[in-house]
Write a new protein. Structure first.
Length: 302
């Protein structure tokens, strides 16, 4: 079950609206946790299990839908030059300010959200208490290399179907979706998808503007504007305490994740042995325990 929201609403951003959800009540000496969803182009739904941390750690947990997605303003006619890393960094700063928490907060980003969280952290914001990077590559070239390795291990007929439709530009076909799901069931979520995960993928299908523009048609066919993104050479600027988590079967393979662990001073890396890209779903209790303990260790009173 997902913890009920204590509050929901929108904050204005550049003439548009960013939707947010708050779980729990403010705790004494407990900084709130802000959760950044992946994609780019997903929604907050599939990471809602992190709302467990409100009761477990006595803090507020804040989810939001990034611009273009979910319950925030959709802009299907916006061009590729509109959807930038800087746009989403500015949106995050605006949310923190509007909610009055910029002076003290924890940040957890999953997949693209971890990439965005790292981009936020290299700026050394004064209010950032700690950073959790979950299942995120440190560069998209490393992500593409990982995808190629994992695809090579797929059944030959599945990989042939993927290649055929990618070459033909027919990645919206049912056959491509069926083959894509084989990869997803191995490396994205290895347990039956709960409703909140299914809702996110349905939302991408309903409006793929951001996902297709910045990423591409699938997790492993990255042809969007982020294809050359990297933060590897800037990771040593991060000063916030950092926890890195990933799954043993993750599409974010050790090679893609390792620069975070090696280049962020003092970073700690925990691998969940029975998970792929969603330990927060696949090993929910263990993931919440690890993240909750980390947050507790870095609250303002510590």
């Amino acid at each position: 079950m997902i913890a009920p929201a204590a509050a929901e609403g929108h904050v204005p951003f550049r003439g548009h609206r960013t939707w947010y959800r708050v779980t729990g009540a403010p705790g004494p000496a407990k900084a709130p946790l802000v959760v950044l969803h992946g994609g780019p182009g997903c929604t907050h739904d599939y990471v809602l299990s992190f709302a467990d941390l409100a009761a477990a750690t006595g803090r507020q947990v804040i989810h939001y839908d990034q611009l273009g997605n979910g319950r925030s303003t959709h802009l299907p006619d916006a061009g590729a030059d509109f959807w930038t890393v800087e746009l989403f960094l500015d949106e995050l700063d605006n949310l923190l300010a509007r909610l009055g928490i910029a002076g003290g907060y924890h940040l957890l980003g999953q997949s693209w959200g971890g990439m965005l969280g790292a981009e936020h952290a290299v700026r050394r914001p004064a209010g950032l208490r700690s950073l959790v990077i979950a299942d995120s590559p440190a560069s998209m070239p490393l992500w593409r290399e990982a995808a190629a390795e994992l695809r090579a291990a797929l059944p030959a007929r599945v990989e042939a179907t993927l290649r055929e439709h990618e070459a033909a530009g027919t990645t919206d076909s049912p056959e491509y979706a069926e083959a894509m799901r084989v990869f997803y069931d191995r490396h994205v979520c290895r347990v039956p998808w709960p409703d909140e995960v299914a809702r996110t993928f349905a939302a991408i299908d309903a409006d793929p503007t951001v996902y297709h523009t910045m990423n591409g048609p699938s997790e492993f066919h990255v042809v969007g504007t982020l294809r050359d993104w990297t933060i590897v050479d800037r990771l040593d600027r991060i000063t916030a305490p950092t926890l890195i988590i990933s799954g043993r079967h993750d599409e974010a393979t050790p090679g893609a994740v390792r620069p975070y662990a090696e280049r962020i001073p003092g970073a700690r890396w925990q691998v969940f042995e029975d998970s792929s890209h969603m330990p927060h779903v696949e090993e929910r209790a263990a993931c919440m325990s690890a993240v909750g303990a980390f947050l507790d260790a870095h609250d303002p009173a510590r």
